[in-house]
Design a protein around this ligand. Structure first.
Ligand code: PLP
Length: 374
């Protein structure tokens, strides 16, 4: 099997998550909305799992809603705006397409939009402040960027918005796509003061196709469609109970001893960074990025370099793998960070997981040295 360094795209399902998935599918097969005993049993299990996730994240269980992934969590928040009178939406220019694509929809419906530049990887408070207007209804800034691992100062940016709100007695929804933050950096939802956040299980050894939406004040949020009314009307559709069990098991496992795990990954990250620097490669990931992501300018076009490593049995990503369908997304993000397009076109991303180890990194670095800096 290839050595896998594309964990920001997706991670391997852990044995504990797989077991939880299978056991739950067998034991709790009924529809949690059914009112017979099997249905009630499934419903109880659903709420037990929600409680477990909530206690791991130190938030009320009533603030968590299960979705099919971060993309749907994001869509739930952005599509809800279509029921309001058009106003303004501000996002960072380095958001994932799952967020960025919504601006085109909103613009078509008469909304004003702004995309904040992120020089060197970071959104600056002054730039956010300059864009805030009385008709601003939503600000969306990701916690950790998926291409470079840059960590945004969400707490400080939320404060900027709250200050502005106070001056005009208005409410602005602060959303933070937190897919690459959960379990990968110290991350305290309640402490950040955000109104909403999105998560995906498959970035932390959980199953694909299951995610979560956090809403600080669910009572004041109305989804575009409540469909069958599940998830308290925020997300209709029969709940994917086995996948939720897999997500819960994966999160429990990932977060146990997470400080030590993050330290160990940080040490691997430093080794990789040093080697890349020794070889003279330009690093796109700022110094204090998520330890799980290292992005750099290879000596060749991304696809060529990625293929060369693949031929040596090593999987990395050219820019952002989630974006292979939306070509050039990694490049868009790097340009918004102020990097030159010539370098951005050579971007390669190495992303680690808690399974990454010394031997794997040794082999990766040997392969990178072998290809060299031609
Ligand atoms: N946001 C970020 C930052 C991501 O990295 C990803 C996936 O790569 C997503 C959103 C979308 O997640 P999903 O495909 O699980 O819905």
């Amino acid at each position: 099997m290839d050595l896998y360094f594309d964990n920001a795209a997706t991670t391997r399902l852990s044995e504990a998550a797989l077991k939880a998935y299978i056991d739950t599918e067998r034991e709790f097969f009924a529809n949690p909305s059914s009112i017979h005993r099997e249905g009630m049993k499934a419903h109880k299990e659903l709420e037990r799992l929600r409680e477990n996730m909530a206690s791991l994240l130190s938030v009320p269980a009533s603030s968590l809603f299960f979705t099919s992934g971060a993309t749907e969590s994001i869509a739930t928040v952005f599509s809800s705006l279509l029921m309001q009178d058009p106003g303004k939406v501000i996002i960072s220019a380095i958001e994932h397409e799952a967020v960025a694509s919504w601006l085109r929809v909103l613009e078509a419906h008469g909304w004003k939009t702004a995309r904040l530049k992120a020089k060197g990887g970071f959104i600056r408070k002054e730039n956010l402040e300059a864009e805030l207007t009385p008709d601003t209804k939503l600000v969306a800034i990701m916690a950790v960027n998926n291409v470079t691992g840059a960590i945004e100062d969400i707490k400080g940016l939320v404060e900027t918005v709250r200050e502005y709100e106070k001056r005009g007695r208005r409410r602005i929804f602060f959303f933070s796509d937190s897919v690459q933050a959960l379990g990968k950096i110290p991350y305290d939802i309640a402490g950040l003061g955000i109104d909403g956040a999105s998560f995906s299980a498959h970035k932390i050894n959980g199953p694909r196709g299951i995610g979560m939406l956090y809403l600080r004040r669910p009572e004041s949020f109305t989804a575009l469609s409540s469909a069958g009314g599940q998830e308290k009307g925020k997300r209709g559709g029969t709940e994917n109970l086995p996948a939720i069990a897999g997500f819960s098991a994966a999160l429990s496992e990932w977060l146990s001893g997470s400080e030590d795990k993050q330290k160990r990954i940080k040490a691997l990250n430093q080794r990789i960074r040093h080697t890349l620097e020794e070889l003279g490669f330009q690093l796109f990931s700022p110094e204090d990025s998520s330890p799980y992501i290292i992005s750099f300018a290879s000596p060749l076009p991304s696809e060529v370099y990625t293929r060369m490593l693949s031929d040596k049995g090593i999987a990395v990503s050219s820019g952002s793998a989630c974006s292979n369908n939306a070509k050039g997304e990694g490049e868009r993000i790097l340009l918004a960070m102020g990097f030159r397009s010539e370098a951005a076109r050579k971007a390669v991303r190495i992303s680690l997981s808690n399974e990454s180890d010394e031997e794997g990194v040794d082999a990766l670095l040997a392969a990178i040295k072998e290809i060299g800096n031609g």
